[in-house]
Design a protein. Structure first.
Length: 250
């Protein structure tokens, strides 16, 4: 094989592998389990958390999802929305430190929710909705470690917690960020006049939309980077070809 053809093949291979790596990274960024919205006010009441579970296996379906709720900062009044085709099993745990509320002292809270019976196939995702009565007000975030079991027996363990200043871990757990309460609302998520505040429910879609927009922007950026790398590879190959022809003519 001539040196020119060898150079072209190498340049093309490098461009293809680099582009594939970029696109793979883009796909991996969306493969993990997430919670929506990504933020809620501390002590928010009467809201809904949505756990989005995508299927990342080409030859297997997701058949079981286990979400573990923190008990050191418990989520109170958890209710599971019925999901067609899925059966939910709720596990409660006695709290080491009871939580005092206006309705009395809470000594138990939900620690795990397991969904079984359904299937999430390749290229699909499933949303699991969980209603809550009250979120904790003594922490800045809640981590929901999740196990995703596939029909071939493999288990994806979304349990790693991100550290401040560090890159996102390979298998991140869904994280809900808790922000300072709105000055216009009370600690129980109600307005100063005593009526229920709609800020949590109305802001949830906006937060989810912002998250989706950010993810889309990331995907577009990675895709463009892949195309740029491919163009550079072809340019390098063209330069090598022209250089080879010039050498032969001399």
């Amino acid at each position: 094989m001539s040196p020119i053809r060898t150079t072209l093949r190498r340049a093309g291979l490098v461009a293809a592998l680099t582009t594939a790596g970029v696109l793979t990274a883009a796909g991996a960024a969306f493969a993990h389990v997430t919670v929506h919205p990504e933020t809620y006010a501390k002590g928010a009441t009467d809201g809904v958390l949505t756990f989005r579970v995508p299927n990342e296996e080409d030859t297997a379906s997701t058949t079981k999802v286990q979400v573990f709720l923190p008990t050191d900062h418990p989520v109170l009044g958890v209710l599971v929305t019925p999901q067609e085709g899925w059966t939910a099993q709720v596990t409660t745990t006695k709290l080491k430190t009871p939580v005092k509320t206006d309705d009395g002292t809470i000594t138990e809270a939900v620690s795990e929710i397991t969904w079984t019976g359904g299937r999430i196939r390749h290229g699909q995702y499933q949303d699991f909705n969980v209603a809550f009565g009250q979120l904790p007000d003594d922490t800045d975030q809640l981590s929901f470690k999740t196990l995703q079991t596939y029909s071939d027996g493999n288990v994806a363990r979304w349990i790693e917690e991100a550290q401040k200043g560090a890159e996102e871990p390979e298998n991140p757990a869904p994280v809900l960020t808790l922000t300072a309460k709105d000055a216009k609302t009370g600690t129980d998520g109600t307005s100063a006049s005593g009526s229920a505040s709609s800020s949590s429910s109305s802001s949830a879609p906006a937060v989810a939309a912002d998250s989706t927009s950010s993810s889309d922007s990331t995907a577009r950026g990675l895709g463009i980077a892949g195309l740029v790398v491919g163009v550079l590879g072809l340019a390098a190959a063209g330069y090598a070809l022209a250089r080879g022809r010039s050498a032969r003519s001399e």
